[in-house]
Design a binder for this molecule. Structure first.
Ligand SMILES: Nc1nc(=O)c2c([nH]1)NC[C@@H]1CN(c3ccc(C(=O)N[C@@H](CCC(=O)O)C(=O)O)cc3)CN21
Ligand SMILES: CC(C)C(=O)C(=O)O
Ligand SMILES: [Mg+2]
Length: 276
């Protein structure tokens, strides 16, 4: 039996796409988190998270936009560099942002080359099913591993009619067709976002490549969350599929308030923080 290199492996070599396929064959689930900077990347690597996504959710969670639509290749390049410089073991996947791949395989190729060559990413992710199969085919045949993303695709929120579950009723046929199309085109894995759990489980059973769920139930091979959501760093309402594992925002708020209070009352800096 092959030793799992995803969790608890002794090697510092990068997790590779083939390891994720082997994990599926063994029925071993794994976790993916987003990362946008070196702090988070280092912590998640230490936690043994095998795959990190430099997601265009950065638009919402770090850049102050209200959607992923305004995120640029330059934005993602900067963050991808920070994440790849700070990690040795995790597989680093970079999102292709809105407008940087849809017009055709050549455009997708040019963007993916930048994220891999300049950013140091080992793989890229793009949104869409059968529609972007030509892009997936060219990239994967050119040595660029592609993660697909089907179901709710946030870059298309303006045509999908908002944040809605995809693949219900007649949409199930389309979702299954998209899943098979991205696998056939050469994707090494596929994210399924906001898909009914029974449909996501059916896709997972039918595909040989790993499925990564977000709001798609426990029947996927892997799960992904946006890290500031799962760590309680984002303010306000979070999508229903998010579980909060910490209250980092509350902790940081308390720390900032305490620092400000101690500065105002002269408690900080104390003698041990100053020089004779
Ligand atoms: N912070 C953050 N977390 C995410 O998961 C995320 C982003 N940003 N930005 C990019 C996309 C956008 N995503 C989103 C954003 C909002 C909902 C949302 O509001 N969902 C509601 C309504 C669902 C419905 O009406 O069916 C929910 O309660 O889940 C879902 C996915 C997922 N991604
Ligand atoms: C939610 C994940 C899959 C994503 O695409 C992102 O963070 O941008
Ligand atoms: Mg994304």
């Amino acid at each position: 039996m092959t030793e799992s290199v995803l969790y608890g492996g002794t090697s510092t070599a990068r997790v590779r796409t083939v390891h994720l396929q082997q994990a599926k064959e063994r029925g071993e689930r794994w976790a993916m988190l987003t990362a946008y900077d070196s702090y988070a990347a280092q912590v998640f690597e230490e936690a043994g998270i095998p795959v990190l996504l430099v997601g265009d959710s950065a638009g919402n969670v770090v850049l102050g936009h209200t959607s992923t639509v305004p995120v640029t290749v330059e934005d993602l390049l900067l963050m991808t560099k920070a994440v790849t410089r700070s990690t040795r073991r995790a597989l680093i996947v970079a999102d292709l942002p809105f407008g940087s791949y849809e017009s055709g395989p050549q455009q997708a190729f040019d963007t993916a080359v930048r994220l891999m060559k300049e950013g140091g990413a080992q793989a890229v992710k793009l949104e869409g099913g059968a529609r972007v199969a030509p892009q997936i085919r060219l990239l994967s045949q050119s040595g660029m591993p592609v993660m697909a993303h089907i179901g709710f695709t946030p870059q298309s929120e303006n045509t999908l009619g908002g944040f809605r579950v995809q693949g219900r009723g007649a949409g199930a046929e389309q979702l299954l067709a998209d899943a098979h199309a991205v696998q056939e085109a050469g994707a090494f894995a596929v994210v399924m976002e906001m898909v009914p759990a029974p449909i996501a489980a059916q896709v997972t059973a039918e595909l040989s490549i790993p499925t990564i769920g977000i709001g798609a139930g426990v029947g996927c091979d892997a799960q992904v969350l946006v890290w500031p959501d799962m760590a309680g760093m984002t303010a306000g309402r979070v999508p229903r599929f998010v579980k909060r594992y910490a209250d980092l925002r509350g902790e940081l708020l308390r720390a900032a308030q305490e620092f400000a209070t101690e500065v105002r009352d002269g408690t900080f800096p104390a003698a041990e923080h100053a020089f004779e």
